[in-house]
Design a protein around this ligand. Structure first.
Ligand code: ADP
Ligand code: TZP
Ligand code: MG
Length: 276
């Protein structure tokens, strides 16, 4: 099917079929992720039906990574020790996904992200500021910068995301009030989610982990996979928010909602559409 023929109903069915595939196949996802995110990322993967493994020693990569269905690399608490593991795991021939947390925090981190991009991730998912920084590091140096949190709307980063997709060969996802996903030509928008998700640390890291699980079961359509994973996670946030009193209880209810999603809820509430 041509991408432009993909209706909102098609997206709902696609999201459900991908979540069902994750539940049925329980893909093993190696996560080399930051220390803040390990718990929520592992729990989000488990709630979705995947099997997380936080394995980050360089010495374990040759044995372990080839047995994984996908690899998730996240530079949030980058150190010199971890970068070789990230590079080795990303080079092991498995589909892999990059989260460039706070890409503009330092020259070391920016260089690390740019060198990882050369190893051809299937998907890069960042917030608006991160994607803008990766697409144009000179602009990043002069713009307002807030560490791991975004100081830009996702809408402001669409052109940067398209440019980054074309130069890197990866599908690029920019999260925010609307999550935009692009391969450099087509742009898909996923409008699920609630603003309170920004008040829980590492929700972005967790949704990138979920994208890796979806890539594991459907590596050949990263554009649709990333959009569906973002919409599913956002939908879990919307349902979680119905019971939450604040960020701490939203975290718990979001994980429960992700675990309990059913076909009727996913097909009727996933909100994805083609933007160009
Ligand atoms: N204003 C918002 N409204 C709805 N959902 C949001 C909003 N901001 C972020 N989200 C959702 O929160 C999750 C984390 O995104 P974001 O906060 O942009 O990433 P990061 O934590 O990496 O900065 C994503 O699922 C995204 O869709
Ligand atoms: C606060 C913080 N500091 C280093 S990594 C990290 C978590 C970032 O998570 P997210 O990118 O999902 O907000
Ligand atoms: Mg982030």
């Amino acid at each position: 099917m041509d991408a432009e023929d993909r209706s909102p109903d098609w997206w709902g069915r696609r999201a459900w079929s991908l979540l069902s595939a994750v539940r049925a196949r329980a893909p093993l996802v190696q996560c080399i992720t930051n220390l803040v995110s390990m718990d929520i990322a592992a729990n989000a993967l488990l709630a979705a039906g995947a099997s997380p493994a936080m394995v980050h020693s360089l010495r374990e990569v040759p044995d372990f990574t080839p047995r994984c269905d996908a690899v998730y690399v996240n530079v949030g608490t980058l150190s010199e020790d971890w970068l070789p593991s990230m590079r080795a795991a990303a080079s092991a021939g498995r589909p892999w996904v990059l989260d460039p947390v706070a890409a503009a925090a330092s020259g070391f981190r920016m260089e690390a992200c740019l060198s990882l991009l050369e190893l051809r991730p299937a998907v890069v998912r960042g917030n608006g500021s991160e994607i803008l920084a990766l697409a144009d590091r000179s602009a990043a140096a002069s713009s307002s910068f807030k560490g791991a949190d975004s100081s830009h709307d996702s809408l402001d980063a669409i052109e940067a995301a398209k440019a980054l997709a074309l130069t890197s060969g990866a599908v690029v996802a920019v999260s925010g009030a609307v999550d935009f996903v692009t391969d450099g030509k087509q742009v898909v928008g996923a409008s699920n989610g609630v603003p309170m998700m920004q008040k829980i640390t590492a929700t972005g890291c967790a949704v990138t982990a979920l994208i890796a699980a979806f890539v594991a079961v459907e590596p050949s359509d990263a554009l649709a996979v990333a959009a569906c994973a973002l919409a599913i996670f956002g939908l879990a946030g919307e349902i979680g928010m119905e019971s939450a009193k604040g960020p701490a209880s939203l975290r718990m209810h979001l994980i429960d909602a992700l675990y309990n999603l059913d076909e009727q809820t996913v097909t009727s509430r996933v909100n994805i559409s083609m933007r160009s």
